[in-house]
Design a protein. Structure first.
Length: 305
C-alpha cells in the first residue's frame, strides 16, 4: 500500500507541478501578447512623439538664439572697421543681411579693440559668430566654420620704402626680423608651417603697433592681410614710408565661423551656408567692397567734428 501511496503522491505532486507550469505558460503568453500590443500602439505614436520632441527642441533653440551677437576685425577697411564707435564695412553689412535671411530675429554687432580680443570673445562664447576668419587647425577646435568662404585676402609682406629685398622663396625671410598681429594665423599649409617652425615673429596687440615696429626700424618686415594693410596705409598716410613686396607668400580664404559654445550654432550654421553660397553667386561682397572703399576713403578726407 505504501507503494501505491507513493505512486499516488507522485501523481498528485506531478499534477500540481504541471498546473503550475501551465499557469506560468499562460501568464507569459498573455504578457507577451500585451507587450506586442503596446509596441504596436507605440509604433503608431512614434511620429507624433518625434514631432513633439523636434518642436520642443526647435523652440528651446529658438529661445536660446533670440539675439545673434557677431563681431569681426576692428581695423580691416573696407571690409570692416570702427567708425564712431560702431563696426561698419562690406563684411559687416554682408553678414548682417545673411543672418536675417537665415532667420535671425535680432542681430547685435559687437566691437572689440583688437582682432585677438574678438577671437577670445568668440572662443569664450561671449559672441555667437565671427567673420573674416581664416581657417586653421587651432581655430577649428573652438570654431565651426561656415562653408563656402565669402572672400579671400592676400598676405602682404611690407618693408620700409627703399629697403625691398628679393623674395622668391620662404627661406628669403630667414635671418630677417619680422612682426605681426597677435591672433593672426597663416593656415596649416606650407607657409603656415614655415612660419610656425622657422620664423620668430614679434607679436603686437594691434596692426598699428606692428607698423610702428617697422617704421621705427625695429624689424625688417611685417605681415598684414591686404584689407588691414590698406586701412593702415591710407589712414596714417604711410605710402611714402612703407611699401609691400610684389610677392605674396599666401592667400587666405575668409569665413564666417560660429563659436562652438553658441546656442545659435546648430540652428543657424547650415542656413548661413546656403545664404553665403547665394551671395557668392550674386557677387554681393565684391559690390559692397567697392561702395565701402569709397566710404572709407571719404572718411579720411572729411573734416572731423
Amino acid at each position: 500500500m505504501r507503494g501505491f501511496d507513493s505512486i499516488g503522491g507522485c501523481f498528485v505532486r506531478g499534477e500540481s507541478r504541471l498546473e503550475s507550469i501551465l499557469q506560468k505558460s499562460i501568464f507569459v503568453s498573455v504578457l507577451k501578447l500585451n507587450i506586442i500590443q503596446v509596441v504596436k500602439k507605440m509604433k503608431k505614436l512614434w511620429p507624433i512623439l518625434a514631432a513633439i520632441l523636434c518642436l520642443s527642441s526647435g523652440l528651446s533653440q529658438a529661445q536660446g538664439c533670440s539675439t545673434m551677437v557677431m563681431t569681426g576685425p576692428p581695423a580691416g577697411a573696407p571690409s570692416s572697421w570702427v567708425s564712431e564707435g560702431k563696426l561698419i564695412g562690406a563684411a559687416v553689412e554682408l553678414v548682417e543681411n545673411i543672418a536675417y535671411k537665415a532667420g535671425a530675429k535680432k542681430v547685435e554687432v559687437r566691437v572689440f579693440s583688437s582682432w585677438a580680443e574678438a577671437l577670445t570673445a568668440t572662443y569664450n562664447g561671449e559672441v555667437d559668430m565671427i567673420f573674416s576668419a581664416g581657417w586653421s587647425e587651432e581655430r577649428a577646435r573652438y570654431l565651426d566654420f561656415v562653408r563656402p568662404s565669402f572672400a579671400s585676402q592676400f598676405l602682404y609682406v611690407l618693408v620700409r620704402r627703399g629697403e625691398a629685398f628679393r623674395f622668391q622663396k620662404f627661406e628669403d625671410l630667414l635671418n630677417r626680423s619680422g612682426a605681426a598681429t597677435q591672433g593672426e594665423t597663416y593656415g596649416d599649409g606650407a607657409f603656415g608651417q614655415f612660419v610656425a617652425k622657422d620664423l620668430k615673429l614679434q607679436r603686437s596687440p594691434n596692426l598699428s603697433a606692428v607698423f610702428d615696429l617697422l617704421i621705427d626700424g625695429k624689424v625688417d618686415f611685417i605681415f598684414a592681410y591686404e584689407n588691414a594693410a590698406y586701412g593702415q596705409l591710407l589712414s596714417r598716410n604711410l605710402s611714402t614710408k612703407v611699401q609691400n613686396l610684389t610677392t605674396y607668400p599666401t592667400r587666405a580664404e575668409t569665413f564666417i565661423a560660429f563659436s562652438k559654445r553658441s546656442k545659435c550654432n546648430y540652428e543657424m550654421r547650415n542656413r548661413f551656408a546656403e545664404q553665403v553660397a547665394l551671395a557668392n553667386q550674386a557677387h554681393t561682397y565684391t559690390n559692397l567692397l567697392k561702395r565701402y572703399r569709397e566710404v572709407f576713403n571719404e572718411s579720411l578726407t572729411r573734416p572731423q567734428k
